[in-house]
Ligand binder design. Sequence first.
Ligand SMILES: C[S@@+](CC[C@H](N)C(=O)[O-])C[C@H]1O[C@@H](n2cnc3c(N)ncnc32)[C@H](O)[C@@H]1O
Length: 250
Amino acid sequence: MNTTAGTTPPGTRDEREAAQWVERMFAAIASKYDLLNHLLSLNIDRSWRAALVRRLSVIFSEPESKVLDLCCGTGDVMLDLEKEGKGSIFGADFCHPMLVAAQAKAARKQSGASLFEADALQLPIADHKLDAVSIAFGFRNLANYNSGLQELHRVLKPGGMLAILEFSQPPGLIMKTAYGFYSRIILPAIGSLVSGSPGAYKYLPDSIQKFPSARELVRMMNAAGFVNTRFELLTGGIAALHTGLAAGRV
Ligand SMILES: C[S@@+](CC[C@H](N)C(=O)[O-])C[C@H]1O[C@@H](n2cnc3c(N)ncnc32)[C@H](O)[C@@H]1O
């Protein structure tokens, strides 16, 4: 299997098995997901999501705009976007228990967002319907990154914005060493203790390690037909926020 095509969880032989592994893994940790997210990132994940929402706010301030938060998980980005914007917001994920958690959170917050279950690689959306797509910490888990980018390009209107928030590899030596120690030793220990799912928190640093660099992701976005593609490193490069605009087909 080509390991740069997409995520390659342990023991999986092809894209179908990789997607199933990811879906089952998120189903197993869904009830502890929010707690672990904020705990393991020392709450810094909130500022990363806020940066993503700020980047999309120009588009989403239009009342007619349609924005999809893909791989929405328990719905935090979707709900933050809704708070800041005026358009219609949708959330999609292929993991049912994550969507159930998102639905419950949306109901508590009296959200008008619409949720649906779908695979990011085969979205039930006609061509060129969306003004923006956000995807926070979901893209790394796709079984095929190029297919994912092509699918996102397909559903965006020409000029529509894709914003990908994802873990990255810090470029500086000190940050790289400190984060390497944290993500390889501390994070799997706490993650497996709290979630009861050791595989999930071993997969997290492994999948970050294998994920394309920020520059490589720019190149892949450009190849899929995005223009004005750029990225911003967050917290010394632990995370990166990529944005690009869908151009006509290349
Ligand atoms: C790390 S969580 C991120 C959730 C949320 N965006 C956040 O910021 O907390 C990744 C989510 O991506 C979803 N996901 C992974 N691969 C997917 C795919 N191919 N299609 C749809 N959802 C997917 C998982 O089910 C999971 O809910």
